[in-house]
Design a binder for this molecule. Sequence first.
Ligand SMILES: Cc1cc2nc3c(=O)[nH]c(=O)nc-3n(C[C@H](O)[C@H](O)[C@H](O)COP(=O)(O)O)c2cc1C
Length: 299
Amino acid sequence: MHNEEKKCCSFLEKNEQYQKLQAKLDGCEHYQKFRVYRDKILALSNDSLEKTIAIALALCLVCAVLVSMAAVALKPLQIDNKAFDMKKNILDVAGLLKADTDISAAFAEQIEAKLVDLETGNYVDTMDVEAYDQRKAAKDPALSIEIPAKQDIASIKRKAKIAKVYLVKDGSAIKSIILPVHGYGLWSTMYGFLALNADGQTVQSINFYDQAETPGLGGEVVNPLWRALWKDKKVYSDSGEVALALIKGNVDPTKADAAYKVDGLAGASLTSAGVTNLIKYWMSNEGFAPYLAKVRTGG
Ligand SMILES: Cc1cc2nc3c(=O)[nH]c(=O)nc-3n(C[C@H](O)[C@H](O)[C@H](O)COP(=O)(O)O)c2cc1C
């Protein structure tokens, strides 16, 4: 069949479909009512209030339908992008992200996600780790617990009973452990990852991937230069207390506690206090301390 013939057939088919649809609409009582109303409106003067309102409403309706269709159609893409971005953040805090890294492949090869029962510190192998969303779980009364105001130093109100951690593997050995942390700064809840060495004590890196502090002030939590200050800091003092904290000003390297302190963010004491509090909370017995104790003893 020639191209022209093909085009003609397709036109006839479409025309036939259109006619069928038209016949259906003609038989519909509501459509007939709509047509009568539409003709009445269109016959009105362009300056009439009724016509202006009717046209504006019709336009709103069409736009609303288009926006809703776009939102529904783009949802799967949004979910994929979010998952991809999370993998990128995890690789970044693990120190495995380079300009040419194939994110999905590097994540699949080197990172293992695990669920941890925060109370016992044990791994949970009975749930689907891929499908588990700790942020969603923290809002579900069945999967989370309310934090008493006195204990809620990170101002998060509720916490999921089960946390999703990531292990960076070198063969079968664990190279580092990536822990999800979050807490309130000045304007926002800051969500991030803290990467610790396999000793469960030495910081490898920190990465806040979702926060809304002021750029240039509290927003400096994402500054690579500030993030670099965290490397090799220690979390727990000899007595087992959480000693890692931000201080006002710069850390004096000659001081005995320098290994536990990080420079505070200039002009952002409140965000800095928020970071200290979230570290203190998530590294305590309310957070990952039971799990890290088991990691340290190889349990
Ligand atoms: C517009 C504006 C935005 C600010 N954003 C932040 C912020 O994101 N984090 C923060 O800790 N302080 C922020 N501050 C400053 C706080 O209000 C407060 O002055 C500051 O935390 C004190 O820090 P300093 O003791 O280091 O000076 C902001 C102030 C203004 C006026």
